[in-house]
Write a protein that binds this ligand. Sequence first.
Ligand code: FES
Length: 112
Amino acid sequence: MAILKRVAETARPAVPFTLDGRACTALAGDTVLTAVLTQADCVRHSEFGGAPRAGFCMMGACQDCWMQLEDGARVRACSTSIAPGMRLRTTPLAPAAAPNTLAAAWPEDEAP
Ligand code: FES
């Protein structure tokens, strides 16, 4: 069940994406977090016990909203714009399915 309900700006162009393999539609200009939470009750399940997480600060500070793409790449949902064709997951891929991604440094930790 979605935890966000869109009440305004509904005339923006549609943006197709998938969430856990399910076809979904966001609106142009949505963040990944908005796109996902208008479709589902969480953006991910915690790697520490599986509890559902839906972000906390909504401004890129708390790191609670990281999601994984089907290719293993990660995005911070509250500060990343949805893009057509994004394939998002609420559960991380098994390490064998995405080698060198789960143990990789967070993107902002990488050298400039
Ligand atoms: S919700 Fe805090 S970093 Fe995204």
